[in-house]
Design a protein around this ligand. Structure first.
Ligand code: FAD
Length: 505
């Protein structure tokens, strides 16, 4: 196990002085449980990724003080919120201190006049929206991990929302936040210096720089969020199609229609429908003639949702879609936050049911490229499954990212029998992830629309994706975090500290 050499008892004592000894955890379960995230994991190497100590601060000042101590002693710091991130961001690669911000979960202000709220970044959207509902308001950041991911982790990953085609994604919804830099200095970033501004042209757009960095640049502690009227009506019709091609055409037409209440559309391919039907994973009836599915979602006032919904239904019908009825439509959409929380299993090639965990590759792909990417991705997983009978293809989703349907969060879900992983199968899996990422780049996409791309495998392709932008990332990392204490080892950023790292000129 990696032990940060400087993390000695006197340092633990210093941390105890900042937060109190009951908020400094050194026992094995507390540390091992913060070593992993719900993504396939080389279980045989678990002990390599365990923090030396977990600290639970209660305020921005405490976070700043912890980071100052870590920086003075050159100890790695890994920020952790819900621990649901799927790109290993919250997994400590070098031991050190996990700063778990879950105690910082209060609502500091609800400003009904400017339609904002200010919260500790340890709050989850479910709890926040329960309170906002009393004011007729909603914070519409709606990932599938809605009940368990937290505002700080949404900032750390620059998350993607299921209803982002109407309301925007995390980057649009977070107006500003307090941010502890790796030196322990606290800054406020937003549009300009504003706490509640949605648009400023003053200076660099630092808010975006300090989002999606996977905790490599610092820790967000308090955030001001944009609020909306709680929608009166929600429409989520599911349509069945006899084949992928007609479903693909329909999803494009739905997304391009310009319906104002359109909040998103989801395309399920044949592999996904087969998987859902195979073991009744969806807990909803799937008629046998259904080969592909499309769901279109509209949110807003009842009258506008009815009017927009009529148009969406007509478009789906004109493209060969058959409405699957209210029970399937409402039930499946309502289950969007629960699906992956259920115990998971997959099948071997011979059809034996075995325990498997879920892995999701999530590229951003233009609409025009979806069919080609889909076939290449399934082929990569098929070859992997042929070599190692511990992987299972759970099919693909494509979700709109914007209300024009320009690009889609394109996801292939792979089941992995984790307990069977060994070095050879892990290496093959890492290579498969690289191959999947390479296909996305070849078709002009991005490695990740949603989770980030810092996992073993796809992370090797990030310099290729970003080109000169990656050199700027290295320079920024070195300037902001001179001692490489903040989540070291992620995104290949260690190379920023090599003597020949070069500059950006
Ligand atoms: C079932 C399931 C469904 C999912 N669906 C979606 C989805 O629809 N959309 C989506 O975007 N994601 C989804 N995810 C992935 C995950 O929920 C998101 O990436 C989420 O944003 C992570 O939030 P978290 O609070 O769990 O963060 P964590 O996992 O704790 O952290 C994520 C990253 O952010 C960093 N970080 C954590 N807290 C802070 C902070 N306060 N300041 C700075 N950096 C910080 C961490 O170091 C890490 O690198 C899903 C995950 C699961 C398990």
């Amino acid at each position: 196990m990696t032990i940060a050499p400087a993390l000695t008892d006197p340092v633990v004592d210093e941390l105890c002085q900042v937060v109190g000894s009951d908020q400094v955890l050194t026992d094995k379960p507390a540390r091992f449980n913060r070593a992993r995230v719900p993504a396939p994991f080389p279980v045989h190497r678990w002990s390599e990724r365990v923090p030396d100590v977990v600290v639970l601060p209660g305020s921005t000042e405490e976070v700043a003080e912890i980071v100052r101590i870590a920086n003075a002693h050159r100890i790695p710091v890994v920020p952790r919120d819900g621990g649901t991130g799927l790109t290993d961001g919250a997994v400590p690669l070098r031991g050190g201190i996990v700063v778990d911000v879950k105690r910082m979960n209060t609502i500091k202000e609800i400003d009904e006049v400017n339609r904002t709220c200010t919260v500790g970044t340890g709050i989850n959207m479910l709890k926040l929206n329960e309170v906002l509902a009393r004011y007729g308001l909603i914070y519409p950041d709606d990932p599938a991990s809605y009940p368990c991911s937290l505002v700080g982790g949404r900032i750390g990953t620059s998350g993607w929302s299921l209803i982002g085609s109407r309301y925007g994604h995390t980057r649009d919804l977070v107006l500003s936040f307090d941010f502890v830099l790796p030196t322990g200095r606290v800054i406020h970033v937003g549009d300009g210096a504003g706490h509640k501004l949605s648009k400023s042209s003053s200076g660099y757009q630092l808010k975006h720089l300090f989002m999606g960095h996977q905790g490599t640049l610092g820790i967000a502690t308090e955030a001001t969020l944009k609020l909306f009227p709680k929608p009166e009506a929600e429409l989520s019709p599911f349509f069945a199609f006899p084949d992928y091609d007609s479903a693909y055409r329909a999803v494009g037409e739905l997304a391009r229609a310009g319906v104002a209440t359109f909040a998103g559309a989801v395309l399920f391919d044949e592999w996904k429908v087969d998987y859902l039907r195979r073991d009744d994973e969806a807990y909803i009836p799937q008629p046998a003639d259904v080969r592909a599915l499309v769901c279109a979602v509209a949110y807003g006032y009842e009258d506008e949702v009815i009017a927009g919904g009529r148009r969406l239904l007509r478009i789906a019908k004109e493209n060969g879609g058959r409405y699957l009825g209210d029970e399937v439509s409402e039930g499946d959409w309502a289950a969007r936050h629960d699906r992956y929380a259920t115990p998971l299993h997959g099948r071997t090639r011979a059809g034996q049911v075995v325990p498997m965990s879920w892995h999701c590759e999530d590229a951003a792909i233009n609409y025009s490229e979806l069919p080609k990417v889909r076939l290449e991705w399934h082929e990569i997983v098929r070859k992997l499954r042929d070599r190692f009978d511990m992987f299972d293809d759970w099919g693909m989703f494509a979700y709109t990212s914007a209300n024009t349907g320009v690009d889609y969060l394109t996801e292939i879900d792979v089941g992995i029998w984790e307990q069977r992983l060994d070095d050879a199968s892990w290496a093959a899996w890492v290579q498969a992830k690289k191959d999947i990422a390479a296909v996305a780049l070849r078709y002009g996409g991005s490695i990740s629309a949603c989770h980030g791309s810092c996992r073993e495998g796809e992370v090797d392709l990030v310099p290729q994706e970003l080109g000169g932008g990656y050199d700027v990332m290295l320079a920024v990392k070195r300037a902001v975090d001179p001692n490489n204490i903040m989540n070291p080892g992620k995104y290949g950023l260690d190379r920023a500290y090599e003597p020949d790292a070069g500059g950006v000129r």
